[in-house]
Design a protein around this ligand. Structure first.
Ligand SMILES: Cc1ncc(COP(=O)(O)O)c(C=O)c1O
Length: 375
């Protein structure tokens, strides 16, 4: 009998959802002839701050530039030490170095993949630290209760890299509103997108002002060509902001879909003892920018196997930032057993809101039937 070969579509690891209304909004900006920072950027900043429920927002050209400006606006620079995680996208610690400060990497919690508060506390015993820059990795809030308390006790700043966590909550409060400042990214793989784009959040009016000036080539409110500081052009465009305004209206609905997809994946994969599904501590509301499992054995073979089945996966991140050539001179390599283990074991499966019910079943079937004992 002939085996029936059904052609199945490829399931991507990420897929931005762009509605007709969003396309219309972008066209309106194009038709208006005002493409750069203007009314739409202002409106997006207000809407995003309203959505978070606290703080003021300053839009930027990316999450990376948002981080860089945030540290500078907080006055972090030469001679300062900033604690951060080795298990993140490189932009987090690049910003510390660009600010002229020194990153102090500490290990993560192997269950949440986020900064381990005990490791953070221990670092304060060894060194004078100016700030903690935490990351809400994959959309799961870091242990903000503990980190806020440690920062308070040591008079250090707390900064949230919320690039992957739009709408995530800790103790029912949205991330991005806990620290002295926070940033978001709107890169296409994020929970909402503006193409490239970022946002700075702060409740400190001075920090907001400094950030606004830095983003806009150092010009203050006094007028054009009056430069308060040596700034950058890190502005968001009105085109991006128009898209962002449309996206923001769907954020809760998209997050609900991500959560439902994650719940279905956990239900389907939870009985497979050879892998670990992601955790959601009681005080956290995870928004699953990524659904990341741990596969202690044969992770790389599983990646290939799923790829052959038409299922897109990604390893975020296969190596730690301090181990990369650009960072090795700082001398941190080999100090983070939990993060090292994660880099060897993690695998992100598609969880985005563009997935169909059948896609989830296909992903579960493929993972569950992975022939892991062979070869
Ligand atoms: C944790 C983290 N920080 C910072 C960034 C930088 O954001 P962007 O890509 O918008 O520059 C990203 C996104 O890629 C990220 O995941």
């Amino acid at each position: 009998m002939k085996t029936q070969q059904r052609t199945q579509h490829r399931i991507p690891i990420a897929k931005p959802m762009i509605t007709d209304d969003e396309k219309r909004r972008v066209m309106e900006v194009l038709d208006s002839g005002r493409l750069v920072a203007g009314a739409k950027v202002k409106e997006f900043e207000h809407s995003f701050a309203d959505y978070l429920g606290a703080g003021s927002a300053v839009a930027t050209s990316s999450g990376t530039t948002a981080l860089q400006v945030t540290l500078e606006a907080l006055g972090i620079g030469a001679g300062d030490t900033v604690i951060s995680t080795p298990f993140t996208f490189v932009a987090t610690s690049n910003a510390i170095i660009h600010a002229g400060a020194r990153p102090l990497f500490v290990d993560v919690d192997p269950h949440t993949y986020n900064l381990d508060p005990q490791a953070v506390e221990d670092a304060f015993k060894r060194e004078k630290v100016r700030a903690i820059l935490c990351v809400h990795l994959y959309g799961l809030p870091a242990d903000l209760g503990a980190l806020r308390e440690i920062a308070r006790r040591h008079s250090a700043l707390l900064i949230e890299d919320s690039a992957q966590a739009h709408g995530a909550r800790y103790d029912d409060q949205k991330v991005g509103t806990f620290g002295d400042a926070a940033i978001f990214s709107f890169y296409p793989s994020k929970n909402i997108t503006t193409g490239e784009g970022g946002m700075i959040i702060t409740t400190d009016a001075q920090v907001e002002h400094r950030a606004r000036v830095l983003v806009n080539v150092g010009q203050d409110g006094a007028g054009e060509y009056v430069y308060e500081v040596i700034g950058y052009n890190y502005r968001m465009t009105d085109l991006s902001a128009a898209l962002g305004l449309g996206q923001l209206e769907h954020l809760d609905e998209y997050n609900a879909r991500r959560r439902a997809n994650a719940a279905r994946l956990t239900e389907g994969l939870g009985r497979s003892r050879w892998l670990m599904t992601p955790v959601e501590p009681r005080e956290c509301f995870h928004v699953y920018n990524q659904y990341t499992i741990r596969v202690p054995q044969s992770r790389d073979r599983l990646v290939k196997y799923l790829n052959d089945q038409g299922i897109g996966t990604r390893v975020y991140y296969p190596s730690l930032v301090p181990n990369s050539p650009a960072y090795r001179r700082l001398g941190f390599a080999g100090q983070f057993p939990a993060a090292e283990t994660l880099a060897r074991e993690v695998l992100s499966l598609p969880v985005h809101p563009a997935l169909a019910e059948g896609d989830l079943e296909r992903i579960i079937e493929a993972v569950v039937h992975f022939p892991r004992d062979r070869g």
